[in-house]
Design a protein around this ligand. Structure first.
Ligand code: ADP
Ligand code: MG
Length: 468
């Protein structure tokens, strides 16, 4: 039967296409008008379905009549290159019902060093490594008020990828608050529960780079195709898409395809969708389709719990008061919190010292100092009011005295310049003003700096002091 089909097909397409797409197919068996054929990969199967389904149908109907069915068996090779006994049948013939089933290549037990997952060596063999880091899982992602919503949304998604209202799930929050960890945890959990699903974790930067490469090599379609066969797509730090029109466009298409097919999309970003800049509206609106869940700064209890968990896993014991001291003094993010504990342990073992509160104080001090490099609004207000010899309360007061207004405007200007805070947030921190006031202040300072020599000197002096 297959031979007859082949000769019919051969007569109807280009020899090269025949060679590429039909010669590698192996007929397997014929039962009840259903012919099973083995194809080398999922990609191969999808290509056939996309380009040759009509032809196949005609050929098969000619041989077996109207009730003819075609079953694909996908042969797979794992990443070591040896044959896998694992095959999967996919019924075809009435194309509308064909939802490609999940097919995946077993993962190598790999370290988090990421290889480029966009590998289509030849066309015969699609290898997708999920690029997940098994050390980032739910078990060691400690729950607290700061992450409860995001964490439980993540769990819900992991239980039913593509089957919840949280599609896409967008996790946002500042640096070091656990976005990457949580994104991996969801992927790891899905892989655990649904080993047959194709999961891919990728940073937005890498995605952009792959896309750029693909365009340069004229492979844009392959690139899209590659992403369209993924079941769970996790893209980390999508704020990097900002200003990248080509990437946004291609991602828009991939997003639509996956979403329409009930595939799960998980994104992380350092900002909420409303605050993202230079991202197309149509993409932003899709980001908001599912759920945006924020990771906030962990409270003291959560910080202590995270530290204790880390120590427990590393098999290190440190007195409670020291753990609490670290947790009390390092609030900005979890990465630093862990960093402080790690260097505490390292210091003590290196110098054969006991871990004492004094040692903890030295280390915490170093950490806090280092992170102060990021200029805070408080610091700006302090420097500006010192410079004009007034106190911070005066700077924030409601007075309209000219030199105070100027100082306040300068503080707002530098807050806008040196921090990532929004106009509204700057306003609320500098004497409870609204965002329009801050905007006005920034414009005024900018004008005066160009027209008023004395004022220009203020700006330069302050800038020096702040960036010292
Ligand atoms: P982000 O991607 O938001 O910058 P990461 O996911 O890289 O942050 O997290 C920074 C570090 O903090 C990682 O080592 C991560 O394991 C740890 N971490 C963050 N949140 C938690 C948490 N809730 N429980 C345990 N560890 C956490
Ligand atoms: Mg991250």
């Amino acid at each position: 039967v297959w031979k007859n089909c082949l000769s019919f097909i051969e007569d109807n397409i280009q020899p090269q296409a025949y060679k590429t797409w039909f010669e590698p197919i192996q007929p397997v068996k014929l039962t009840d008008n259903a012919l099973s054929i083995q194809v080398p990969s999922k990609f191969f199967y999808e290509w056939l379905e996309e380009h040759y389904v009509k032809l196949l149908k005609v050929a098969l109907t000619k041989e077996l009549g109207d009730t003819a069915k075609l079953l694909y068996i996908i042969k797979m090779e794992n990443t070591y290159g040896n044959k896998q006994p694992f095959t999967e049948k996919i019924p075809s013939a009435n194309r509308t019902a064909v939802q490609p089933q999940e097919v995946d290549v077993p993962l190598k037990n790999k370290s988090p060093e990421l290889k480029n997952p966009f590998v289509i060596p030849g066309i015969r063999n699609v290898k997708i490594e999920s690029q997940l880091n098994p050390n980032y899982n739910f078990e060691n992602f400690l729950e607290g008020d700061s992450n409860r919503l995001a964490r439980s949304a993540g769990l819900a998604v992991a239980n039913k990828p593509g089957g919840t209202a949280f599609n896409p799930l967008l996790i946002f929050g500042g640096v070091g608050l656990g976005k990457t960890h949580l994104a991996h945890a969801i992927g790891v959990d899905i892989k655990d529960k649904y080993p047959e699903k194709t999961v891919l974790y990728i940073s937005a930067e890498k995605f952009i780079q792959q896309y750029t490469d693909a365009v340069r090599k004229n492979n844009r379609n392959d690139f899209i195709h590659f992403y369209q066969i993924i079941d769970i797509l996790i893209i980390d730090d999508v704020q990097f898409f900002s200003g990248k029109a080509g990437t946004q466009d291609v991602f828009f298409h991939i997003f639509n395809h996956l979403h329409q097919n009930g595939k799960q999309i998980i994104l992380t970003s350092d900002k909420a969708p409303v605050d993202m800049q230079d991202i197309e509206q149509r993409l932003l609106s899709r980001f908001k389709w599912g759920l945006s869940a924020e990771l906030q700064h962990p409270d003291f209890e959560t910080r202590v719990a995270i530290l204790q968990n880390k120590l427990f896993r590393d098999g290190v014991e440190i007195p409670n008061d020291i753990v609490e001291y670290v947790a009390k003094n390092i609030k900005s993010n979890v990465r630093e919190l862990e960093g402080a504990i790690v260097s505490l342990i390292a210091q003590s073992s290196f110098n054969k010292k006991e871990i004492t509160l004094d040692l903890a104080k030295q280390i915490v001090e170093k950490f806090v100092k280092n992170t102060k490099r990021e200029i805070s609004i408080d610091y700006i207000q302090k420097v500006v009011s010192d410079y004009f010899q007034m106190d911070v309360d005066t700077l924030q007061s409601k007075t309209r005295k000219r030199h105070i207004v100027q100082a306040r405007q300068l503080a707002m200007f530098f807050a806008k310049k040196f921090t990532k805070a929004s106009l509204a947030s700057i306003g609320s921190q500098i004497g409870k003003r609204d965002h329009a006031t801050v905007l006005h202040a920034c414009k005024t300072v900018d004008n005066l700096a160009h027209t008023d020599k004395q004022f220009k000197k203020y700006v330069e002096d302050l800038q020096k002091k702040l960036t010292l």
